[in-house]
Design a protein around this ligand. Structure first.
Ligand SMILES: Nc1nc2c(ncn2[C@@H]2O[C@H](COP(=O)(O)OP(=O)(O)O)[C@@H](O)[C@H]2O)c(=O)[nH]1
Ligand SMILES: [Mg+2]
Length: 199
């Protein structure tokens, strides 16, 4: 079936009976979605386990349909069930099937790939339409690959993605690097708080 299920699917529900939020991570292929999820898990491991170490190079394979990870950050009000969806052209047509029951979206942008920014913009605006006019599901935009020189910064990205056209959903941009981990915890903390406040 080509469905890649993570070997780490241990719990769709939280094992500690703590509240959890179902979120999807989407964006074009190679934007850094899988690296971002794995970096988040690594940073949480570092918080929780003194024997954990920072993974210098996170290796990823192309995600064909989806992978699921469950992450329990310390001190955050919610755990996350994260659905990391494939971003290839054919797979993007399937995103709409994963929108039911979600509480948040992380849209990852490769800020070093200016050539595909318009394509990413169209997918993002299309997603916000699919979520519906009255949707209050927060969209967080991960402005990824900030460690590379000439990456687009937040202000330019707001213009290039026409973010002001998104009226129904709350959105916020976070500059980050899934490689260095910069900005990653801030984004997930924000998402956790905002979803918690909506509940
Ligand atoms: N320089 C840099 N490269 C990154 C970053 N995040 C991901 N990558 C690289 O981008 C490529 C695609 O990453 P991947 O996570 O598989 O993308 P996905 O298709 O969106 O899941 C890989 O070579 C990653 O090492 C980042 O923050 N900085
Ligand atoms: Mg992937």
């Amino acid at each position: 079936m080509g469905v890649v299920l993570s070997s780490k699917i241990r719990h769709i529900c939280s094992p500690y009976d703590e509240p959890s939020a179902r979120i999807i991570i989407i964006g074009l292929n190679s934007a850094g979605k899988t690296t971002l999820v794995q970096r988040f898990k690594n940073l949480v491991d570092l918080q929780l386990n003194i024997h954990a170490s920072f993974i210098e190079h996170i290796k990823t394979e192309p995600t064909f349909v989806y992978q699921i990870e469950t992450v329990h950050p310390r001190l955050a009000p919610l755990a996350f069930n994260i659905w990391d969806l494939g971003g290839q052209e054919k797979t993007r047509e399937l995103w709409r099937f994963y929108l039911t029951g979600i509480q948040g979206v992380v849209f990852v942008i490769d800020c070093h790939d200016e050539q595909r920014i318009q394509l990413a913009r169209n997918e993002l605006l299309d997603l916000s339409k699919k979520l519906g006019r009255s949707s209050t599901i927060p969209i967080v935009i991960a402005a990824n690959k900030q460690d590379l020189s000439h990456s687009l910064r937040k202000e330019e990205l707001i213009k290039k993605l026409s973010l002001t056209k998104i009226q129904s959903n709350e959105w916020k941009i976070f500059e980050m690097s899934a490689h260095t981990g910069g900005g990653v915890m801030e984004m997930f903390s924000y998402l956790s708080e905002i979803i918690h406040n909506h509940q």
